[in-house]
Structures are given as structure tokens and as C-alpha cells.
Design a protein around this ligand. Structure first.
Ligand code: CO8
Length: 264
């Protein structure tokens, strides 16, 4: 896994950048083994250190595969204790990705299976090339999704279809994934990253504190009842009031110019 920061050509203005995390383990089709998981964790921890990052894109450098899930060969060599610790780290790493303050977009080409779908589910937005394949095949291995799949998929697409996909382990194509609501967009094969960058640039033009607060309001609110969620929204909204960016937005509107948000 490499964390790169996209350069000026795709940044909407000086300062604002988009970080791109690229999974690159072709021999194992990006299967998440111990090393790759640690690298993923390291890349995630780097993101908050750069305040200019306005969006993160998770993608693959391996042709035709996003991520083949947990490394089943390494699993074979693990003791039960090691396997338990590994799954726990997998779960925590995906949660850390989803908990980043900046929006995270998964750009999926090819197979996103098992843990490969679970890491995409931990992202805020998913974009798929039309040859992408999605599935949670864990029950075909006599286990269950253990890195958030049983919780994030039903919240995203509803319990009934999520159960069908988990119970059968069926692999679905990009157009079905769009129909079920697993992905936000399907695009021609090979252009998922371009679409993700386009969305990231749209996000990066907006006030970063506002975007962060919106993410928190949705994520925390989705875990609670409506009345509590409204209180979460109120608290998140209040965080935007004292910011310089809010005044900049109002001034830019009055002066008929594009606002320049600094995250202050
Ligand atoms: N783990 C380890 N190696 C893998 C994995 C994997 N998940 N997936 C593929 N590979 C390896 C293959 O074994 C093969 O290696 P080799 O060349 O040494 O034989 C190489 O990658 C290429 O594989 P293919 O020839 O199959 O490549 P294709 O491009 O034809 O197909 C696919 C790519 C569609 C991704 C296909 O490889 C596939 O279906 N892989 C298995 C997907 C899968 O079932 N993933 C597991 C899901 S379960 C999960 O993620 C949670 C498990 C939790 C376990 C707990 C861990 C501690």
C-alpha cells in the first residue's frame, strides 16, 4: 500500500490536495496479509498529519482486482490465536479508515471480495468500473464476514439483500451493485479512479470543516434515533459557526467570487 498525494493538476487550488492510497500486491491479487495490512494501517495514520488533504481515494494498482480479501494462504499457517488477532486488526484498520475526518472514496475495478468488499464498505463513497465484481464469500469458507461486513452492508443496502448476499456468497456485477446501492456510480471499465478524483475535487472545493462536520453528523447520527441524531447535527453545525471559512463563504457570495477555504 502506498499513500501518494495527488499533484497540482487535480487539486482544485493551491494547498488543497487529494491523497490516493494504492493497493499493490499483484502476486496475491491484493490479498490482505500481515504486511499489507500493516502498510494500510500506516497509510491511514499518515492522512491526519497533512491538514491539506481534503479527500482520500482508495484504489488498486493491480489490473482487474481491487482486493481479494484476507490472505487465505497466510490464514492457513496461523494458529487460532494469531487468526483472531489478525481479524481484529483487519476490523480495526477498516474502522480507522472510515473514521478519518476527511471523506474516503473507494475506486473499484475488478474483484472486491470478502475483506476486499469490507474495506470498500468502510469508505464513505464507492465508485465502480463496469467490470467490477463484489461479494462476501465467507460462508463458502465456513466463516462469516468479520471485518464489518455483517454490519456495514445491511446498513447500506438493507438487511434482506445483505443477508441474501452473505448466505449465498454470490458475486454480483457492477450494475447489480449499483441497483442494490452498494456503489454510488458505475463508470466505464478503467475510469473508476478518474470518477473518484472528479468527486474528490468537488469535495475539495468546499469548506473542509463543514465537510468533516457533515461526515460526523451522518456517521454518528446513523447509529442513533432521529431525536438524538438531530442533537448530533446541532452540535456539528455549531462547530462551523465560529470558523473563518464560514465568513469567507458569506464574503465570497457578496463579492461574487469563488471562496478560498483554508480549514480555519
Ligand atoms: N489470499 C491469498 N492468495 C490469493 C487470494 C487470497 N484471498 N486471492 C487470490 N490469491 C492468489 C491465488 O492463490 C494465486 O496465487 P498463485 O499464483 O500462487 O496460485 C494468485 O493470487 C492469482 O489468483 P487467480 O489466478 O485466482 O487470479 P484471477 O485474477 O484469475 O482471480 C480473484 C482473481 C477473482 C480475486 C480470485 O483470485 C479469487 O476469487 N480469489 C479468492 C477470493 C476470496 O475468496 N477471498 C477471501 C474472502 S474471505 C475474507 O476476505 C475474510 C476471510 C477472513 C479470514 C481470516 C484471516 C485471519
Amino acid at each position: 500500500m502506498q499513500l501518494g498525494v495527488d499533484g497540482a493538476e487535480s487539486a482544485p487550488r493551491e494547498g488543497a490536495t487529494i491523497a490516493i492510497m494504492r493497493m499493490a500486491r499483484p502476486a496475491a491479487r491484493n490479498a490482505l496479509g500481515k504486511n499489507m495490512l500493516q502498510q494500510t494501517r500506516d497509510a491511514i495514520e499518515e492522512v491526519p498529519m497533512d491538514p491539506e488533504i481534503r479527500a482520500v481515494i482508495l484504489t488498486s494498482d493491480v489490473e482487474k482486482v481491487f482486493c481479494a480479501g484476507a490472505d487465505l494462504k497466510e490464514r492457513r499457517e496461523m494458529t487460532q490465536l494469531e487468526a483472531g488477532m489478525f481479524v481484529s486488526k483487519l476490523r480495526n484498520t477498516f474502522t480507522a479508515l472510515g473514521a478519518l475526518g476527511t471523506p474516503v472514496i473507494a475506486a473499484v475495478e475488478g474483484a472486491a471480495l470478502g475483506g476486499g468488499l469490507e474495506i470498500a464498505l468502510a469508505c464513505d463513497i464507492r465508485v465502480a468500473g463496469e467490470k467490477a465484481i463484489f461479494g462476501l464469500p465467507e460462508t463458502s469458507l465456513a466463516i462469516i464476514p468479520g471485518a464489518g461486513g455483517t454490519q456495514r452492508l445491511p446498513r447500506l443496502i438493507g438487511a434482506s439483500m445483505a443477508k441474501e448476499l452473505m448466505f449465498t456468497g454470490r458475486r454480483v456485477n457492477a450494475s447489480d451493485a449499483l441497483k442494490y446501492g452498494i456503489v454510488n456510480h458505475t463508470v466505464p471499465a478503467g475510469s473508476a479512479l478518474d470518477k473518484a478524483i472528479e468527486i474528490a475535487n468537488e469535495i475539495a472545493k468546499n469548506g473542509p470543516i463543514g465537510v468533516r462536520c457533515a461526515k460526523t453528523a451522518v456517521d454518528v447520527g446513523m447509529q442513533t434515533d432521529l431525536a438524538s441524531g438531530m442533537e448530533v447535527e446541532r452540535a456539528c453545525y455549531a462547530q462551523t459557526i465560529p470558523t473563518k471559512d464560514r465568513l469567507e463563504g458569506l464574503n465570497a457570495f457578496r463579492e461574487k467570487r469563488t471562496p478560498v477555504y483554508k480549514g480555519e
